[in-house]
Ligand binder design. Structure first.
Ligand code: KG4
Ligand code: ZN
Length: 355
């Protein structure tokens, strides 16, 4: 079965043709990222407009690259949530229009489930009916789930404040690095000492042990940057360190300070995420861990996950790099396994949860 996947939940316009949930015949990925960079974050209106502008030519390029005609496509899978409302609507509207024009059935796909499926796509015999622990870590979401087969997910815990990717993005901004911050932190952290600064994630007294709280560590970075700024006050114009941080100081933070801070922050976040995921496996007796979302592109995290999983005899599945951040292939892949939906009911669900 050949599935066309459409992904437009954020700034990436992702399209792909995937056979039987596994084999990617062709994929197209365009992004409006450059247009957002000068604002230091994603601007929803810009993302929506870019999807409108990009979708048609991306689709043409996709069909040409795969040498596939519409009659060969069996169904259309589209991300219907969670994500930016306007951006999702563009993808959903495109799927509906194509469904009508090509007479194809439509499959609504949960973006977070698609991120998890990305880790199983290249498995010749994916353990779809087995129990697994799923960890989604992206720019907008952080969640641990128990997966009792495809489509049957129970939320174990999510973040109380910042998502993991969001924490990377905010700390990068504090350090004067570009958006998105995750890849930037990873790049500069290579020259840094992860033990230079000690960051601890506060232990939560109430709630599930699988919940995350990452805003404290971001604030701790801000304090350390401020301390450093105060230490340099004599060299700089007098004034509020915080104001300086927000303005000119970030540019003058020394490269070693930034590298050490990035490495220390990254190492603290990696440890927090890995420990929570491993604990969820240990507590539930589930020996399979599936990880997805943009932050899984982080090399330090991938290595630490594999190491910790090996120590605990957990079989961890991590997506290939190309399938970590948003893409159409994971949507088409998962769409193969799901029920078709009623096109009249299909709509964008920006707040859709993981379970
Ligand atoms: O899954 P994704 O592409 O979009 C969402 O669904 O949110 O994830 C984007 C997030 C951003 O916050 C970005 O900074 C983060 O993934 N990210 C990374 C890396 N590459 C992307 N975080 C850490 N290290 C990376 N190498
Ligand atoms: Zn995503």
């Amino acid at each position: 079965m050949l599935v066309l996947g459409i992904e437009t939940s954020c700034d990436e316009t992702g399209l792909a043709l995937v056979a039987n949930g596994r084999r990617v015949l062709a994929a197209q990925l365009a992004s409006s990222l450059k247009q957002h960079q000068k604002y230091g974050g994603i601007i929803p209106e810009i993302a929506s407009r870019a999807h409108v502008e990009l979708l048609t030519c991306e689709l043409e390029a996709l069909m040409a690259a795969a040498r596939v005609s519409p009659s060969q496509v069996d169904r259309i899978a589209v991300t219907h949530g969670p994500g930016l409302s306007g951006a999702l609507l563009v993808g959903v509207a495109a799927a509906k229009a194509l469904g009508l024009a090509w007479r194809k059935e439509l499959v609504p796909v949960n973006h977070l489930h698609a991120h998890l499926y990305a880790a199983l796509m290249d498995d010749p015999d994916p353990p779809l009916q087995e129990r697994m622990i799923g960890l989604v870590i992206s720019g907008g979401h952080t969640a641990l789930v128990r997966m009792d087969g495809i489509g049957r997910y129970t939320l174990l815990g999510q973040t109380r404040d910042d998502a993991v990717g969001e924490a990377f993005d905010k700390v990068a901004k504090l350090l004067g690095l570009k958006f998105p911050g995750g890849p930037e932190i990873e790049r500069v952290a290579r020259d840094g000492n992860p033990a230079a600064f000690r960051f601890t994630v506060p232990k939560m007294k109430s709630g599930s042990p699988y919940e995350f709280s990452l805003s404290g560590i971001k604030t701790a970075v801000l304090y350390k940057v401020n301390e450093w700024a105060n230490g340099r006050m004599s060299e700089l114009a007098k004034g509020s360190a915080t104001r300086l941080v927000a303005h000119s100081l970030t540019r003058s933070l020394g490269p070693q300070f930034v590298a050490d801070m990035a490495a220390s922050f990254q190492s603290a976040i990696v440890e927090e995420v890995v420990q929570k995921a491993v604990r969820a496996c240990r507590d539930s007796g589930i020996v399979r861990l599936v990880v997805g979302g943009g932050v899984v592109a982080n090399g330090a995290l991938r290595r630490r996950l594999e190491q910790a999983a090996a120590e605990m005899a957990i079989r961890v599945r991590i997506p290939p790099m190309a399938l970590c951040t948003d893409n159409g292939a994971m949507v088409a892949g998962l769409g193969f396994h799901l029920q078709v939906g009623d096109p009249k009911q299909l709509t964008a669900l920006p707040e859709l949860g993981v379970s």
